[in-house]
Write a protein that binds this ligand. Structure first.
Ligand code: 5GP
Length: 225
């Protein structure tokens, strides 16, 4: 009887350890590769960005391991903290173009916060170097700004767009369904929402782009300016 009890206790303990390990190391289904439109970021954040004229091309916000049941999870997992020395000079200069801090201009701090919040949750698949190199390569593979320009979608303050106006040319170029996210400018609550982010989805290994699914993140008519 005593033997049975201790084996049972051992099993319960082993399960608890396993559960804690899985929760802290992060389990996920796929990646969201999120690019942002800097002018919108600067309008909606409440305080001005450091650059008077924000960049006029889509930049990386982050590569987020995500769960189908809750796409905002996992986050803030245990694991190796960001190490600046791992962003070697050649990678640094690439990231300064593709993944700048468009808010306050402190690129390294932005990379650190994205790695610590999201990257560490997929460390079993991508180490820190692979995470940032892979993200830059994803950014390079499709130039959203040019895709839209080629479809005669140029940022301007007068026009509004439907979800499919923007999503269709991106889908035609990438052969995969993207997700769009919009935000309202708090200074102009009665004006149409602003296009804020375009999301591409990737498989578990961050190799193959897949269709994103989810509910539309933009209201019917929104602006891209
Ligand atoms: P998450 O933390 O989930 O990656 O994204 C949300 C946060 O990212 C927000 O607090 C937003 O302000 C921040 N964020 C988005 N773009 C930038 C940026 O260019 N620089 C910095 N420092 N934060 C950013």
């Amino acid at each position: 009887m005593g033997m049975l009890k201790s084996s049972l206790a051992f099993l319960v303990l082993a399960f608890a350890f396993f559960f804690c390990y899985v929760m802290s190391s992060g389990s996920y289904d796929y990646f969201q590769f999120v690019q942002q439109w800097p002018p919108t970021n600067c309008k909606v954040r409440g305080k001005p960005c450091s650059k008077p004229r924000p960049l006029q091309y889509f930049t990386i916000h982050g590569l987020w391991p995500s769960n189908y049941s809750n796409p905002t999870m996992p986050s803030n997992c245990n694991g190796l903290k960001f190490e600046d020395r791992k962003v070697y000079p050649q990678l640094r200069s690439k990231l300064k173009r593709s993944w700048p801090d468009v808010e306050s201009g402190n690129d390294t701090k932005f990379w650190e916060s994205e790695w610590n919040k999201h990257g560490r949750c997929s460390e079993q698949t991508l180490n820190q170097m692979q995470y940032f190199e892979g993200s830059h390569d994803m950014w390079k593979s499709f130039n959203i700004t040019n895709i839209l320009k080629n479809a005669s979608i140029i940022p301007n303050a007068t026009q509004t767009w439907s979800y499919s106006d923007i999503a269709s040319p991106i889908k035609a170029a990438t052969k995969r369904t993207p997700l769009l996210r919009c935000k309202r400018d708090p200074k102009h609550p009665n004006k149409p929402q602003l296009l804020h982010e375009v999301v591409f989805c990737y498989d578990y290994n961050a190799i193959k782009q897949i269709d994103c699914n989810g509910t539309a993140g933009c209201q019917q008519a929104f602006s891209f300016q």
